[in-house]
Design a protein. Structure first.
Length: 271
């Protein structure tokens, strides 16, 4: 197994490669966020491909060019309050409050010492464009409701993806974003709260407006434990194996290595 890991490292992300430098920069960001979360008793866990990397590779998946963490929405809202006050100068919080053209329903923490543009070009008018990690809020709500909120943002993504006039498109995107986050989603959360006494909520899924609806289960996530990730013990779901098998099936099986799709289009380091 160790030999296989080293072969993959040498093939995809050897020391000094652009990808490995990006991964180490993402790790630096994560460690800063981890420090702040510990200080304020905010619980988070490694998720998605980052969690697969932890369990299968004790670090990044060798070809992975992003990093994801998740937390419950109550912790997410607290983190959004403290990050602007506590992040070092080389990092920036990116959400709809800090970047007027940013329209995702989850946050990023960006490195100001680099510039990176993604293949999908959604980031072309964003204020911050450095290497980042994603911070995703999770909510207790049924899958059908999550799928419904995904439909409320579909047109927004289509406008931005097909735009030939970015200034006009961003105005439309902002209107849809405001309507969802200021009107529709608060109403849906209130309705859920009122009905949860009759229909208890058991499924955890991505926050409203985030286009991922795979279900999570509290008894697989909590209590959290830790696992080695690039030489650091970082939070992971308590039953990470069951959690990942529910989401991805046999996650220990490597994918077809000739069909990998990178996120990054352009990347440069300033220091």
């Amino acid at each position: 197994m160790m030999m296989e890991k080293e072969i993959l490292r040498q093939r995809f992300n050897p020391d000094g490669s652009m990808l490995r430098r990006q991964q180490m920069r993402m790790l630096d960001i994560l460690l800063e966020v981890d420090k702040i979360c510990k200080k304020h008793d905010i619980k988070y866990w490694l998720s998605s491909g980052t969690l697969i990397g932890a369990l299968r590779h004790d670090g990044f998946i060798p070809w992975d060019d992003d990093l994801d963490i998740e937390m419950m929405r109550s912790d997410y809202l607290r983190l959004m309050e403290v990050l602007p006050k506590e992040l070092p100068d080389w990092l920036a919080l990116q959400n709809d409050k800090t970047d007027p053209n940013y329209f995702y329903c989850y946050a990023k923490v960006r490195d100001r010492r680099s510039r990176m543009l993604e293949q999908n070009r959604y980031d072309r008018m964003w204020k911050e464009q450095g290497i980042y990690i994603d911070i995703l809020p999770m909510e207790l709500h049924p899958i059908w409701l999550q799928k419904l909120t995904e439909k409320t943002i579909g047109h927004m993504y289509k406008i931005w993806r097909t735009s030939t006039d970015d200034a006009k498109a961003i105005k439309s995107v902002r209107r849809i974003f405001w309507l969802n986050n200021s009107v529709l989603y608060p109403c849906l959360r209130t309705l859920l709260h009122l009905t949860s006494f009759i229909f208890p909520l058991k499924t955890i899924t991505s926050g409203m407006g985030i286009p991922f609806h795979n279900p999570r289960y509290a008894d697989e996530i909590f209590p959290l434990t830790t696992h080695d990730f690039e030489g650091h013990q970082l939070p992971v779901p308590g039953n990470a194996d069951a959690h990942l098998r529910h989401l991805f099936g046999d996650y220990m099986q490597l994918p077809e290595l000739t069909k990998l799709a990178p996120h990054v289009g352009e990347l440069e380091f300033y220091e």
